[in-house]
Ligand binder design. Structure first.
Ligand code: FES
Ligand code: FES
Length: 166
């Protein structure tokens, strides 16, 4: 008999119930069970950062987190960052403005990581940003532009600007 457990996850402000095998990772729960495919699987081994989401306000690798571990805690994914269709979070807007992505596959993880990086106070210098964003690999080599985007967004967030209208 299959081992299935029903859990409720609090994702991007909404409660979502799902019946899953308790061995299911948060990444697979998001992608395969909830249709939230913005969070990407680049390695499934904690080495690329494409699966980065926030759990309880902190960035985590969702491929190394079991969905059951996130039960009862707020989970934020890339789909929840903008408030509406014509508004982007300042980090999203800065990534577009600075051309901080090419194929886009690492981008959701980069952006979730960048939001947390700024919030943690690790965006004070170029070297800090490089160091604290080093868990997110970009095969397209967008690092220089990612750095510029994060500096730009950190400036906006310091002024209290969270979203930008398109
Ligand atoms: S998919 Fe999670 S770190 Fe690569
Ligand atoms: S934009 Fe292609 S891997 Fe980063």
């Amino acid at each position: 008999m299959k081992n299935v457990e029903t859990i409720t996850l609090h994702i991007n402000g909404s409660d979502r119930s799902l019946a899953i095998d308790p061995r299911t990772t948060l990444l697979d729960a998001l992608r395969e069970h909830l249709g939230l495919t913005g969070t990407k699987k680049g390695c499934d081994h904690g080495q690329c950062g494409a699966c980065t989401v926030h759990v309880n306000g902190a960035r985590v690798l969702s491929c190394l987190t079991l969905a059951v571990q996130a039960e009862g805690l707020p989970v934020a994914t890339i789909e929840g960052l903008s408030r509406s269709e014509d508004e982007l979070h300042v980090v999203q807007a800065a990534f577009v403005r600075h051309d901080a992505f090419q194929c886009g596959y690492c981008t959701p993880g980069q952006i979730m990581s960048a939001v947390a990086c700024i919030r943690e106070g690790h965006a004070g210098s170029d070297s800090d940003i490089r160091e604290y964003m080093s868990g997110n690999i970009c095969r397209c080599g967008a690092y220089a532009n990612i750095l510029e985007a994060i500096k730009d967004a950190a400036g906006s967030l310091a002024k209290g600007i969270e979203h930008e209208t398109l």
